[in-house]
Design a protein around this ligand. Structure first.
Ligand SMILES: [Zn+2]
Ligand SMILES: [Zn+2]
Length: 264
C-alpha cells in the first residue's frame, strides 16, 4: 500500500491511497484542479480513482466532491448524514447514483482495498474516520475528532501507519485571536485533537508494527509544525521507552502540497 497526503488542514484535506490495482481518495476538500495537480506529481490521474471516501461535510473535506462526481463520475462513499449534507450543500445537483451509503463499523471492499468506517466525535452530521486495509497491511486515520475513546483505539489498533490530527497547541488556542465561542468549540469533545491529545492517542497505539505517524490537520493560527512534532515526539518517545518499543517515524503533513509517498 502506498499513500500520500495532497493537502491537510482547515484550508482543505485530501489523501491519495493505492493498494494492489485500486486507487482511492479520502476526502476531497480542495478544488478538483488542485487534486489533479497533486495526482500528476505522483504520475496518477483522476480517471484511475475508483472511489472517494468522505469523512464529513465540512467544506475543508468536500470542496471538490461535486466536481469529482459530475465531471469524473467518481463514486462517493460516506454515511447517510454526510451524503445528505453533501447533496444540500452543493449548489448544483450531484448524481445520486454515484452516492454509496456507509454504515459505521461495517467494512466495505472496493477493488483491492477494504475500508472500515468508524464513528468520531465531531460537530458534523454522522462523521466517520476510516481504516484502510490491504492484505495484512493497515492504515488508520483519525482527523477532526474532539476526543477519542476505547472504541476509537480499538479500530486504530494494529495499524502499520497512522494519519492523525495534531490540530492545535492548547495555550496558543486559548491565548490566540479566535472568538471565545470558537475557542470553546475547537477545544470541546466535538472539536479537534490538541497536540497533547494526539501524542496520547499515538502512545496508546504503539506497537512493534507501527512504523509511520503522519501528523495532520494542523491549525494555521494555533499551531506550527515544529511545535506539533516536538510535543507528539516527546509523549510518544516516553511511552516507547517505557514499553521497550522503537519510536515510529513521525512526519508532519504539508498544508498545501504533497507529502512524500509513504509505502507500508
Ligand atoms: Zn476539517
Ligand atoms: Zn470538521
Amino acid at each position: 500500500m502506498r499513500f500520500c497526503s495532497l493537502a491537510s488542514g482547515s484550508s482543505g484535506n485530501c489523501m491519495y491511497l493505492k493498494a494492489g490495482d485500486t486507487a482511492v481518495l479520502i476526502d476531497a476538500g480542495i478544488s478538483c484542479k488542485r487534486i489533479c495537480e497533486g495526482l500528476a506529481e505522483l504520475g496518477e490521474n483522476l480517471c484511475n480513482i475508483k472511489a472517494c471516501f468522505v469523512t464529513h461535510e465540512h467544506s475543508d473535506h468536500i470542496k471538490g466532491v461535486g466536481v469529482l462526481m459530475r465531471r469524473y463520475h467518481i463514486p462517493v462513499y460516506a454515511t447517510g448524514g454526510t451524503l445528505t449534507a453533501i447533496a444540500l450543500s452543493d449548489r448544483q445537483d450531484v448524481p445520486r447514483e454515484l452516492m454509496y451509503e456507509l454504515v459505521p463499523d461495517r467494512e466495505v471492499t472496493v477493488g483491492d482495498v477494504r475500508v472500515m468506517p468508524f464513528k468520531i466525535s465531531h460537530d458534523a452530521n454522522d462523521p466517520v474516520c476510516y481504516t484502510i486495509s490491504h492484505g495484512s497491511t493497515k492504515l488508520g486515520m483519525a482527523t477532526d475528532l474532539g476526543e477519542f475513546t476505547d472504541y476509537t483505539l480499538g479500530h486504530l489498533a494494529n495499524s502499520d501507519a497512522l494519519y492523525v490530527e495534531a490540530n492545535h497547541d492548547k495555550n496558543m488556542l486559548m491565548m490566540g485571536p479566535y472568538p471565545y465561542q470558537l475557542k470553546l468549540r475547537i477545544d470541546s469533545s466535538l472539536g479537534h485533537l490538541s497536540n497533547e491529545a494526539c501524542g496520547d492517542l499515538v502512545a496508546r497505539l504503539l506497537s512493534s508494527g507501527l512504523k509511520t505517524v503522519i501528523l495532520a490537520h494542523l491549525s494555521a493560527d494555533n499551531n506550527f509544525k515544529e511545535l506539533a512534532f516536538q510535543t507528539v515526539r516527546q509523549i510518544v518517545g516516553e511511552a516507547a521507552a517505557a514499553n521497550g518499543l522503537e519510536i515510529p517515524n513521525i512526519v508532519v503533513a504539508e498544508r498545501f502540497s504533497n507529502t512524500e509517498v509513504f509505502e507500508i
